[in-house]
Design a protein around this ligand. Structure first.
Ligand SMILES: Nc1nc2c(c(=O)[nH]1)N[C@H]1C(S)=C(S)[C@@H](COP(=O)(O)OP(=O)(O)OC[C@H]3O[C@@H](n4cnc5c(N)ncnc54)[C@H](O)[C@@H]3O)O[C@H]1N2
Ligand code: MOO
Length: 462
């Protein structure tokens, strides 16, 4: 059950003579005793040490975490935005269904153009949404409007601005330009989608343009995964709620709840506010135990580190299973993953900057995957460094809050926020995203290309 460098699963097998399969770790003394109770040769993993999990290893571990299948349901197209598709969608018919005019003008048979010298007798008027016109007669053109079905036989449309029309001897005529190529200004049946095209896969999250495609094939009942029930719990004796609590010495308003609720709202979940839990083990155990019965996921912030007031790991090991990811990254050095029954618990750091970054990098992909979504890594844009880091501590990955500004030649330049404190909500507001410095980067010169993860690519709602 010890799963390798930087991660520890604190669920012990029953010891000889003992009946409690779990060992609760609250203090450094507990930790030492836990190490002693383990089999010889594995105890070093349990001691706080210099070995930390790399970012990539943490992502791989999260991706390998077994998760229950989300239930499926059906929703009307109007409610499908952002939902995760539960089955594939194939176009049952061509879109558009027939050849149509792309402009307002005159439809004709291209083969008649030269012999007729561009002059055609006008014989029909075709507006969008109407059908049933007979085939075009030889040497004739039809007045046609954008979106109208082309009359049989016609293959080309002249734009009305380029044409002259009139009446001669009681006969309406039109003169069209001789230069038009065959098929000009005509939309082919099936040019957007042909019948049988697979347009969406299970696991796709439905974007506005996907809804447009589903509408274009006339689909209204969409098979999706049910929204997950996600509970948000803030922990800390210092925390106050705006509107409920007056400021008090030692108090701090619970910013993380609103930060994380906003980030979670962009996932296919229904967020429940589980409130604030003080730094008491029994209270946390009660809160998590009750919440687990009614949620698929619980996200907590605070109380996850090594301090005596940090009870999350102990409570999770008592209620179920817990895995601690000590990460070689900055900020957000620790992530706690728990399982109570079928409920996943994700323990984020308390500092708002670390809470947001850990949510985006680790919690969000896990939530999406549990919701049935296919998760792809966010795009990294290469931008020019607008800063200089002459010497940098290697061996860990850093995510710096940065703003993008256009440089003199229009290339985007990443400026770092002036201060790096993990409690600075201002820095999150000023940033457009994160500059990512890999473990082996020893220095950054101004102007050097650096990878940038935009908040938009990380799923932060606008
Ligand atoms: N001896 C050590 N101390 C700390 C370490 C360490 O490695 N060794 N790591 C530091 C880092 S980095 C972080 S991040 C925090 C993580 O600790 P916790 O996850 O246990 O979080 P707390 O101690 O409860 O809170 C940290 C910080 O964040 C503030 N906070 C908490 N919740 C909220 C909230 N809902 N809204 C706004 N601010 C919140 C809290 O007041 C603290 O200031 O541990 C460091 N210590
Ligand atoms: O690394 Mo802590 O989790 O930055 O603020």
């Amino acid at each position: 059950m010890l799963e390798g460098a930087g991660a520890r699963t604190v669920r012990f097998e029953p010891l000889a003579g003992g009946d409690d399969p779990f060992f609760n770790i609250n203090t450094a003394g507990d930790l030492a005793e836990a190490a002693n109770r383990l089999a010889p040769g594995v105890d070093d993993c349990l001691r706080p040490g210099p070995v930390r999990l790399t970012h990539e290893a943490a992502l791989a571990r999260l991706a390998a975490r077994p998760l229950p299948q989300p239930p499926t349901t059906e929703v009307p197209l109007a409610d499908a935005l952002g939902r995760v598709l539960a089955g594939p969608v194939t176009a049952p018919r061509d879109v558009p269904a027939a050849d149509t005019a792309a402009v307002d003008g005159y439809a004709f048979r291209h083969g008649d153009l030269d012999p007729a010298g561009g002059f055609f007798r006008l014989e029909a008027r075709l507006a969008a949404g109407h059908t049933g016109e007979a085939a075009l007669s030889p040497w004739a053109a039809a007045r046609i409007f954008t979106g109208a079905v082309m009359p049989a036989g016609a293959d080309t449309v002249a734009m009305q601005e380029d044409c002259a029309s009139g009446i001669e001897d009681g006969v309406s005529f039109v003169r069209v330009p001789l230069s038009l190529r065959k098929g000009a200004n005509r939309r082919r049946a099936g040019e957007d989608l042909t019948a049988g095209t697979r347009l969406l896969e299970p696991g796709d999250r439905l974007r506005p343009q996907d809804l447009a495609a589903l509408a274009s094939i006339g689909l209204d009942r969409i098979p999706v995964h049910a929204r997950l029930r996600l509970g948000l719990l803030s922990t800390g004796d210092e925390l106050l709620r705006p509107g409920l609590d007056q400021p008090r010495p030692g108090g701090l308003y619970d910013a993380n709840h609103f930060l994380l609720a906003g980030l979670a709202a962009a996932c296919p979940v229904t967020v429940t506010d589980l409130g604030i839990c003080g730094d008491r083990r029994d209270a946390l155990q009660l809160a998590l135990g009750e919440a687990a019965a009614a949620h698929d996921l619980i996200v907590t912030s605070g109380g996850a580190s090594h301090g005596e007031e940090d009870h999350l790991v102990a409570v999770l090991s008592a209620l179920g299973q817990v895995e601690i990811l000590d990460l070689a990254i900055k900020p957000g050095r620790r992530l706690v993953l728990g399982r109570i029954g079928d409920t996943d618990v994700i323990g984020l750091p308390g500092n708002p900057v670390a809470a947001m970054i850990s949510f985006l990098l680790y919690a969000r992909p896990l939530i999406l995957r549990r919701a049935g979504a296919t998760v792809t890594p966010p795009h990294r844009l290469m931008v020019a460094a607008g800063f200089s880091l002459p010497s940098r501590k290697t061996g860990r990955r850093e995510f710096h809050r940065a703003r993008l500004v256009p440089g003199p030649d229009g290339t985007l330049v990443a400026d770092l926020y002036a201060r790096s404190g993990s409690g600075l909500i201002s820095s999150l507001r000023a940033a457009d995203g994160l500059v990512e410095l890999a473990e082996d980067v020893a220095s950054v010169a101004p102007g050097a290309p650096v990878p940038f993860l935009s908040f938009a690519a990380l799923g932060v709602p606008a």
